[in-house]
Design a protein around this ligand. Structure first.
Ligand SMILES: *Cc1c(COP(=O)(O)O)cnc(C)c1O
Length: 232
């Protein structure tokens, strides 16, 4: 199967899932996760219409996307994997959104490297909803404290939440993981009620669980293998 064909098949399943739960396709962004994929594969996906891409390693993303973006306007690049403090500077200049902010010290580091930006750097806060995942906030108090910190940083801006659901095909387990992320957002909206805040992005759903994620309110799908095939 070609990448274009995979995207077509994926779009059909996304449309069906939207239909089942009465949502609009336009509410959902499809991100192609291109880690371990060559730039030729990214180009193929771009030609098939994809504009949003996710990478999990800063250096790999820099090597792949720095030239690519000059030739492919409107490409949006997200960091979806753990970010080490010593890569924060490069990450802040390379990515359009950091989707895996999971501790205050990292926000502090990013703030240092974004003070000269024209517009604030978008962030998603990662919340842990499964035992399999080693990253993400685990408690509300911790997330509240970090949000307090970020709200005081004019060069950072929170756009929403991200989670990696447990690696299972058990519908019930997946659904409750996704619901717990929605719940965290409700708690955040209650705690930080300013109207100007937009925390509408919910990044949840991967190749194995995106249909359930759509039904539970996802607005940003992170899809790797269903587009590019299994990673070698
Ligand atoms: C690799 C990865 C994905 C994509 O996984 P697939 O199952 O291949 O769709 C999504 N999110 C994160 C954080 C990843 O690391």
């Amino acid at each position: 199967m070609s990448i274009a064909k995979n995207i077509e098949a994926l779009e059909e399943r996304i449309a069906q899932a939207c239909l089942r739960c009465g949502r609009k396709r336009e509410e959902i962004t499809l991100m192609g996760v291109t880690k371990f994929q060559p730039v030729e594969a990214v180009d193929e996906a771009w030609k098939a219409g994809l504009r949003c891409f996710g990478e999990s390693r800063v250096q790999e993303a820099a090597a792949k996307f720095e030239d690519f973006r000059e030739q492919h306007p409107n490409t949006e690049l997200h960091l979806i994997g753990a970010l080490q403090r010593n890569k924060a500077k490069l990450a802040a200049s390379l990515f359009d959104c950091i989707d895996c902010l999971d501790r205050e010290s990292l926000a502090a580091e990013l703030a240092k490297h974004t003070s000269a930006r024209g517009s604030p750097l978008p962030l998603l806060l990662e919340f842990r909803t499964g035992e399999d995942s080693k990253s993400g906030f685990t408690g509300l108090d911790d997330i509240f404290k970090t949000v307090d910190f970020i709200l005081a940083c004019p060069s950072l801006s929170i756009r929403g939440l991200m989670t990696i659901a447990p690696n299972t095909s058990d519908e019930g387990v997946l659904r409750s993981a996704f619901r717990s992320l929605v719940k965290v957002r409700q708690e955040l909206e209650r705690r930080f009620p300013a109207e100007s805040r937009d925390w509408s992005c919910l990044s949840m759903g991967m190749s194995g669980d995106f249909e359930t994620a759509i039904e539970e309110g996802s607005t940003l799908l992170r899809i790797g293998s269903a587009i590019f095939g299994e990673r070698i």
